[in-house]
Ligand binder design. Structure first.
Ligand code: PMP
Length: 304
């Protein structure tokens, strides 16, 4: 990732990609106290547009508040930084990564003397879980690692440190031959994927785990809005892993993963073992929306 052409925004200025470096004693590198976002920009007929930019920036600022980190830039400035980063790098479509991190002024756990820095990078990133899986669906394994307890990592924050848990889960699943991990919460109920929220369909009704230990995903909210608009009943509830086994359809949602169908969980085939009709309809609407082919929710698209 480090050796490529491009510009990265840091604290209000652009630096060359290869010169975008921090000191080895950067506090966040040692303890993981930082917050970040994953945002996507898509190519549309009217130019490149960032999807739900303002919502991602709001979540970044809320994550900082939860972690007690000062945010040195306003929401408007953070929005502009992301749009400029896509434009300056001439990206038709992009994955955008803003991150707030602590500098290298000290190594103690108390953070009073530390300065907070904001960076924004952007690059081209295709289908996160594989293009062919967007139609046939992925194979998922329930993780042996438990999702963080709500009072250990603050699950409403998209904070850096807790992602070691996601990395261990997805690595374990990949090594066992699966595409993704399903995480259970500390009580054994279904929480989310390593980097996605989960939905299941049963008898034409959508269900998704409540947000006790899962991230408040922006794609999840988009899908819930569609369900309302399309007259599909949708409930947030406690979900068990065996409910997923016997679902008619299941899919994962996330900015990176978009809407990815699940065809198996723990070697049990879900429904027909391929992308189901409700998943397909929601996925098609999502892709039409992000690529500017729909004229509703115009406020979700920020042209760069
Ligand atoms: N859960 C986790 C753990 C994630 O990392 C992500 C990706 N940000 C999501 C859910 C989905 O969130 P969003 O739809 O906002 O990308």
């Amino acid at each position: 990732m480090a050796d490529r052409d491009g510009l990265i925004w840091i604290d209000g200025e652009f630096v060359d990609w290869r010169d975008a470096k921090v000191h080895l004693l950067t506090h966040t590198l040692h303890y993981g106290m930082g917050v970040f976002e994953g945002v996507r920009a898509y190519e549309t007929a009217q130019g490149t547009a960032i999807f739900r930019l303002a919502d991602h920036t709001k979540r970044l600022c809320r994550s900082a508040k939860i972690m007690g980190m000062p945010m040195p830039f306003s929401e408007d400035e953070i929005n502009a930084a992301q749009a400029q980063t896509v434009a300056k790098n001439n990206l038709a479509s992009a994955y955008i990564r803003p991150m707030l991190f602590y500098g290298s002024e000290g190594m103690g756990l108390h953070a009073e003397n530390l300065t907070a820095h904001l960076m924004v990078a952007a690059w081209t990133w295709g289908a996160y879980l594989g293009e062919e899986n967007m139609t046939r669906g992925i194979r998922v394994k329930t993780s042996s690692y438990t999702r963080h307890h709500v009072n250990s990592a603050m699950t409403k924050a998209k904070a850096n440190g807790p992602y070691f848990n996601s990395m261990m889960a997805v690595t374990e699943a990949n090594k066992a031959g699966y595409d993704e991990a399903l995480m259970l919460d500390a009580n054994g109920f279904v929480s989310e994927g390593s980097g996605e929220n989960l939905f299941i369909v049963r008898d034409g009704v959508l269900y998704t785990p409540d947000l006790t230990s899962a991230l408040d995903g922006i794609t999840r909210r988009t899908i819930m809005t569609y369900a309302r608009e399309m007259g599909i009943e949708c409930h947030e509830k406690t979900i068990t892993r065996d409910e997923v086994y016997i679902a008619d359809e299941a899919f994962l949602t996330g900015t990176a993963a978009e809407v990815t169908p699940m065809r198996e969980l723990d070697d049990r085939i879900i429904g027909e073992g391929t992308r189901g009709p409700i998943t397909e309809a929601l996925q098609a609407r999502y892709f039409d929306q992000v690529s500017g082919k729909r004229d509703d929710h115009a406020e979700w698209l920020t042209y760069v």
